[in-house]
Design a protein around this ligand. Structure first.
Ligand SMILES: Nc1ncnc2c1ncn2[C@@H]1O[C@H](COP(=O)(O)OP(=O)(O)OP(=O)(O)O)[C@@H](O)[C@H]1O
Length: 651
């Protein structure tokens, strides 16, 4: 089937042909036959790099109104936004900023790219553009499997279906075992394909030989080198590039440094580009590796550095990229050879094997259509049994996608949001909404009953939900849902604000402690040698903290992580530069930025809650009603801190 055969406006056909897309790949043709251009609901389960983006575009461009493209990660949102913005005369909006969608409107856009959190937030805020959407495309729908994100996605899809029942839905997925079950849940037709634009061989390296799934072998003699180094050198000798997956940021950097020293290629321009903006040890290490034609890629990199590295690799200025597994999820940087060096991940308690699905996504990055004759992906069996590794990952079926909605965290948030958004006014309506989730499709929805009871009691006790004749969210509950924080965060903030309001000295550190001591802040790890210093700091500044430092109840060690995080933010606001923060706290620049963004969101949420408490309309007062609680000082401090944070972050 050719692009010119499609009933698309000529300008779009020209656009695609200009990109070298003339005839459809077989899975794309199958998706068209299944009705993506006729408004039908379709789940397309296709391998990495088999052209899912075009499937999405065909659906969105033929839809009878605006379209919404839902992505799991912000990095992917930017990439898709750029791709769709090139479509002629199509206005594209992007919603990825953190969470609160109150002031955003996409009424004028033809395509909106958003994370699932952002769509959830827009629904909670009653955003009008959501109900005008004629076609929803969900990218990486298999992430229904993910803790945290998965429940948000399934509840959001259930709500969208309530809001706009005849909306078209197209879900894109990696090839997973139970794609049919996902399609069944969504009342969609399944298009399932294993076709790839370029041949892929997968194999395991063991003792000087890679044995492939097709029975072929390749001898790679490592000599005195580590096997992965030899495997990289081998493909570069052959004119290809290598993408090496390792299991930690540190490993990515260390391995890139050792490969960079080999000078497979020189890329002085890339190195200069990185060095210009590099103030930290991470940036300098990246520039140094780039000198030798090697890059590394992980979540600690600054966004600018990440995109320089991605582009330099695509343009073949870099010969090798050492990456953590996050790169496997979507970002488009294919290479002739993918080497999965580490197939286990540290979970905090020990090492666990990577899921098959994740390893297959890494494999799928192998082979650049038009450039490479084929792609090859290999695992390295060092210290493990090669046969076992082969059995686990080569030719194995990926795991089933399973709903993660049966968790206290997920239900706490989504039960409150469902009540606050008016999707349910009593228990049976709440159960009814939950019965349209993926969880209910896979399991017996009554398995949720006890957890929902427990969550409702908690929301009642914290003044967020009222249980009279029916169920309703209180003003506080509605606010907490709207500002998109976990109800635990909402309750902690209410309590801490009450304490702060009665304190003599409320400083920036006080408000930073309040927001860092919440479920929604990811606090920084405290190294053993730091604990003493942090503890002394807390003692010295006890009067600025809402927690009783000298008479602490609960887990002091974990509160020290709160103090550390608050201090990093305090220093950042005071103008300490990223290199010094790295030195003082061992925190990478990419992480500081993420912390600052999260802090900005939590400060604004806390501000809204403080305003609510101060005007006295609250149904829940944190302190003795007879006491004279004055929230003005803490509110002022919150506003100042947020303004200062916005200032330094914008620089
Ligand atoms: N029919 C086609 N003919 C030629 N090239 C195509 C065709 N469809 C897609 N491509 C090209 O193939 C490449 C991979 O496509 P795309 O990024 O859509 O893959 P994907 O399935 O979305 O992969 P991922 O798993 O990374 O999301 C792109 O460069 C795209 O332009």
């Amino acid at each position: 089937m050719d692009v010119s055969d499609l009933s698309l406006a000529p300008k779009f056909i020209e656009h695609f042909e200009g990109l070298g897309i003339e005839s459809l790949y077989p899975p794309q043709a199958a998706a068209v036959e299944a009705g993506i251009t006729r408004g039908d609901r379709v789940v397309a389960a296709m391998p990495t790099a088999s052209g899912k983006t075009l499937v999405a575009q065909l659906a969105m461009l033929s839809a009878d109104g605006p379209a919404l493209y839902v992505v799991p990660l912000r990095a992917l949102a930017t990439e898709k936004y750029e791709t769709f913005s090139e479509l002629p005369d199509v206005s594209v909006g992007i919603a990825t900023g953190d969470y609160d969608a109150e002031n955003e409107s996409f009424d004028e856009d033809d395509i909106v790219v958003a994370t699932s959190e952002k769509v959830d937030s827009a629904i909670r805020n009653g955003a009008s553009w959501v109900e005008a959407i004629a076609c929803v495309v969900v990218d990486e729908v298999h992430l229904l499997n993910a803790r945290g994100r998965g429940p948000t996605l399934e509840v959001t899809l259930a709500k969208l279906r309530r809001l706009v029942p005849d909306q078209q839905l197209v879900a894109l997925s990696a090839t997973v075992g139970n794609a049919a079950e996902i399609a069944d849940w969504l009342d969609a037709e399944l298009v399932r394909s294993t076709w790839r634009p370029i041949d892929l061989r997968t194999g395991v390296y063991d003792d000087g030989t890679v044995t492939f799934d097709d029975g072929g072998r390749r001898t790679i003699d490592p000599g005195d080198d580590p096997p992965t180094t030899a495997m990289v050198a081998d493909v570069i000798d052959d004119g290809g590039q290598a993408l090496v997956f390792v299991n930690s940021r540190r490993e990515a950097e260390t391995f890139a440094r050792s490969l960079g020293a080999r000078e497979f290629r020189t890329a002085p321009d890339v190195a200069t580009g990185i060095r210009e903006g590099a103030t930290t040890s991470t940036g300098r290490a990246l520039a140094e590796a780039a000198e030798g034609g090697v890059g590394f890629h992980h979540a600690g990199l600054r966004a600018e550095h990440r995109s320089i590295v991605e582009q330099a690799f695509r343009e073949r200025d870099l010969a090798v990229l050492c990456a953590t597994p996050t790169l496997a999820a979507g970002v488009n940087v294919p290479a002739r050879r993918v080497i999965v060096r580490d197939h286990e991940r540290f979970t905090g308690e020990g090492y666990e094997p990577l899921p098959v699905l994740e390893v297959h996504q890494m494999f799928g990055r192998a082979g650049r259509p038009g450039l490479d004759p084929y792609g090859e992906a290999m695992l390295v069996a060092t210290g493990v049994d090669a046969a076992e590794l082969r059995e686990r990952y080569i030719g194995a079926e990926p795991e089933r996608v399973e709903s993660k909605l049966d968790s206290r965290e997920a239900l706490r948030t989504h039960v409150l949001a469902t009540l606050a958004g008016g999707f349910a006014e009593n228990r049976s309506e709440l159960d009814d909404l939950l019965s349209s989730t993926f969880f209910a499709h896979q399991r017996d929805p009554s398995e949720l009953t006890d957890l929902v009871d427990e969550v409702l009691s908690y929301l009642d006790a914290t003044g967020m939900v009222r249980r009279n004749d029916g169920l309703s969210a209180t003003d506080l509950g509605r606010l907490v849902s709207r500002v998109y924080v976990d109800p635990l965060t909402g309750a902690a903030v209410v309590e801490a604000l009450g304490t702060a309001a009665a304190m003599d000295r409320v400083t920036t550190l006080t408000v930073l402690e309040i927001i860092c001591d919440t479920e929604d802040m990811s606090t920084q790890y405290v190294r053993t040698e730091e604990a003493g210093r942090l503890s002394e700091f807390a003692m010295r500044n006890a009067e600025q903290f809402t927690k009783p430092v000298h008479d602490f109840e609960g887990n002091f060690q974990s509160w020290l992580a709160t103090v550390k995080t608050a201090r990093i933010l305090d220093d950042w606001i005071a103008g300490v530069d990223p290199a010094d923060l790295d030195e003082r706290y061992g925190v990478a620049p990419g992480d500081v930025r993420r912390l600052a963004e999260r802090a900005e969101w939590l400060l604004s949420a806390t501000e809204v809650i403080a305003e609510h408490l101060s005007d006295g309309t609250g149904t829940h007062r944190p302190t003795d009603p007879d006491s004279d609680v004055e929230y003005d000082t803490v509110l002022e401090r919150l506003q100042e801190t947020r303004a200062a944070l916005l200032d330094v972050t914008a620089e």
